[in-house]
Structures are given as C-alpha cells and as structure tokens.
Ligand binder design. Structure first.
Ligand code: SF4
Ligand code: SF4
Length: 152
C-alpha cells in the first residue's frame, strides 16, 4: 500500500515540476484571443456579387434554415435580365455548422463560407442577433465591442 502511495505521489510531483517550468497556457480572454485553426467553421459570410442565386446552399441545408428570395431585373448596361436578391437570411441559432451549404455553392471562390474564424456568437437575444440577413452576412455587426479587430 505504501508503494502505491509513493508511486502516486511520484506522478503528482512529476507533473508539478513539469507545469512549474512550462510556458503558460492561460489566455487572458477577451483582451487576448487565440486564432482558431485554419479550417475552423465560424460565422458565415456571403458575397452578394459573387452569388448566382442558384439556391443550392438552401436546398442542401439539412435543416432548411437558409431563406433565399430573388427576382429578375433588366440590366440597362448589358440589356440582359439578371437575378437580384430580395432576401438571403440564415437562422444561425439552429445551425449545426456542418458546412454543407458552403460545399454546395458552385461558385469559385465560394459565395458563402464559414471560415471567417468569428466564433463570438453569444447573445442575450437569439432572435435579434442570431437570425442574420444579407447585410449582416456581408459584415458581421453584432460582435462584442471590446475589440476593434477586423473580421478575417
Ligand atoms: S452549416 Fe449546415 S446547418 Fe448551417 S446553414 Fe449551412 S448547411 Fe445549414
Ligand atoms: S449556393 Fe452559392 S451561389 Fe448559390 S445561392 Fe447559395 S451562396 Fe449563392
């Protein structure tokens, strides 16, 4: 029994010494923030000019939380009919960040993507802040105001 006790104390002592001489891992959030991994899926971005209004992203979303409406307008410069977005909303509060919408998008580069690395989505009002429209999808505006960093 004493042998087991010393073995346990030995492991504790080993980790204690290791932690004493190791570099700090604590980050003083929110003053300091860690950069998420390269393929981290965070808040969406939409490029309205790139988007061809095909609605494939909405059709491939397994829980149908992308809402797209568009109409056709005559472009006076090209004299051709063009699709114009009326609505592009995402109910982010139900999103599971599977990325299937981004995968389905046929444009190159993608018109919708989740790798913005914006993860600060906590909100007191989920309907106000986690139901996003075209404008918010192009510039995430409800980030906490304790940082001036640009969204990547
Ligand atoms: S990430 Fe998944 S759940 Fe969220 S909107 Fe895209 S397809 Fe739908
Ligand atoms: S799949 Fe891409 S191009 Fe098509 S509507 Fe969605 S964001 Fe636009």
């Amino acid at each position: 029994m004493l042998l087991d006790l010393f073995a346990g104390l030995g492991i504790t002592g080993k980790h204690l010494l290791k932690n004493l001489f190791s570099t700090k891992v604590t980050v003083q959030y929110p003053e300091e923030r860690r950069e998420p991994a390269h393929r981290f899926r965070g808040m969406f971005r939409l490029d309205e000019d790139r988007c061809i209004k095909c609605t494939l992203c909405a059709r491939d979303c397994p829980i149908d939380i992308i809402y797209i409406d568009w109409h056709q307008e005559l472009n006076p410069e090209t004299e051709k009919k063009e699709k114009v977005l009326d609505r592009f909303d995402i109910d982010v509060q139900r999103c599971m960040f599977c990325g299937l919408c981004e995968e389905a998008c046929p444009t190159e580069p993608k018109s919708i993507w989740l790798t913005t690395k914006t993860y600060e989505l906590a909100s007191y009002d989920r309907w106000q802040n986690l139901y996003v429209d075209i404008d918010e999808l192009q510039e995430w505006k409800v980030r906490p105001d304790y940082t001036d960093d640009e969204i990547v």
